[in-house]
Ligand binder design. Structure first.
Ligand code: AMP
Length: 221
């Protein structure tokens, strides 16, 4: 199955993608993670996008489409989860073309709906484990008192440079201006499934599982 997790920053796309990787042997393709990696490893492209990302703006379609094109050449295992991609209509069209070239299709687009106040709370309180990527929240799931990640024991707490209120406001603006039209785009194509992203992680997991099972049974029908 190839799926898109669609939603604003802080909707929980990364957390849910990680669960699907563990339970369904899928491959997570997060353009945000790829860009952060490029930035940290100091590549030319990483240097070029660092400022754009810190401001909360979108990087160019050309760059992210290139990153995805490369990853589609690799092993697909249980299918791809597109996390944070596509974010513009041009990216959505490009993804359709790239998949068609590989003889692949998109099986579902899962929209994770969350209200804006919840996003601000989630993002400004967010930290992640620098080693395994486990996500924490200062209020609802604080970093353990012994300083060690519950999942891998690492003590490397990371906060994203763009998880500030100012950058978040810009990321939300970009989302509403450029990414939210994709909801209508995929609805019209018949691929859209909407889940309530405000529940607990387990509740959202179950809703996504139900949406994917429904999509795969209708694809097989
Ligand atoms: P994320 O980790 O998905 O929140 O992405 C972090 C930042 O990376 C975004 O605010 C953008 O600056 C950039 N980015 C990630 N994915 C894309 C994309 N598909 N198109 C353009 N910019 C992106």
């Amino acid at each position: 199955m190839n799926i898109i997790l669609l939603g604003p920053p802080g909707a929980g796309k990364g957390t849910q993608a990680r669960h699907l990787v563990e339970t369904r042997d899928m491959i997570q393709l997060s353009t945000g993670d790829m860009l952060r990696e490029a930035k940290e490893s100091g590549t030319e492209m990483g240097k070029r996008v660092a400022e754009v990302m810190a401001r909360g703006d979108l990087v160019t379609d050309e760059i992210v489409i290139g990153l995805i094109r490369e990853k589609l050449e690799g092993d697909k295992k249980g299918g791809f989860i597109f996390d944070g991609f596509p974010r513009t209509l041009a990216q959505a069209d490009a993804l359709g073309e790239l998949l068609a070239e590989k003889g692949e299709t998109l099986h579902a687009v899962v929209e994770m709906r969350v209200d804006d106040d919840a996003l601000v709370q989630r993002i400004t309180a967010r930290s992640t484990c620098g080693n395994c990527g486990e996500v924490y929240n200062d209020i609802t799931k604080p970093w353990p008192a012994d300083g060690k990640c519950v999942k891998c024991g690492s003590t490397d707490v990371k906060r994203r440079a763009d998880d500030t209120e100012e950058a978040l406001r810009q990321r939300l603006m970009e989302y509403y201006k450029k990414t939210s039209p994709l909801i209508g785009y995929y609805y019209a194509k018949g691929d859209l499934r909407t889940v309530d992203g405000l529940g607990t992680i387990d509740e959202v997991q179950s809703e996504i599982a139900a949406a994917l099972d429904k999509a795969s049974s209708s694809a097989g029908a």
